[in-house]
Design a protein around this ligand. Sequence first.
Ligand SMILES: [Zn+2]
Length: 272
Amino acid sequence: MKSILLIMSLAFTGNLSAAEEANGVQLCHIANAGFYMEGANSAAIIDGVILSGLPNYSVASMDLTKQIIKGEGRFSKLKLATASHYHPDHFDPLATRELLDMSPGVTWVLAPQVADMVQGDRSDIETVLPGWNGPQETLLIDDIKVEYWRVSHGRDEIQNLGAKITIDGVSFFHPGDIVTDWNQLETAGLVDIDVDVILVPSWFGLDNPDQMQALTKALNWRIAVPMHYQKGDPDWAKEYGGMAAIRKTSPDRYEGGVSLTNEMQCMTVGKD
Ligand SMILES: [Zn+2]
């Protein structure tokens, strides 16, 4: 059934009007590490379907989360939902269950460790776990292409995935909670990958040239959106001038950096 839908939707993509193509893809911030990517006919969400979360990281308003779960308004285009790893600031098994029940047209793609936390029927969840030695795993969900690489969270037991999501020819890379080095990324096959946009945790590369170099060897991007800012003013942030300073200066630390931090603040990303 899925393959028939796929062929139909690919045919439909081929008939996009020039005007629709020219509009590009909307990238919208949900909260913390959560983003929504909306093309002409389909949309994807990553790390953005969360009802409870963690106290130190923002979650979307209940109104917005309910709209996403029910597929209301612009979220009726949602076809792919994914989460980088199981930590509650990225994934919520209860919200995932609700979305599965209320929006049956959406396919979830999760690492096995993450999928296992969802109660009830999991037949609508696709699982992926690329190896530490690569290569990436590629799936087509409707007309969305999604590729996954293993990206270390700093501890091997956490199944953290980097995801490249391509909609209408525009690509986005989300590395999850990346805590790693060049050697690991190269071994996993994350080398010289072209993307239009990277979404990058604001601590990665912070005062760490090796991490920044690893990022630039792994990915070639045009636009960088720093994300996953901690709430309040934690002690670790003091040596960088506090969280307010980190929020202000983070876009300048990455080539092509832009700020996209408010709930449903969106930008249009064209093909070039
Ligand atoms: Zn995490």
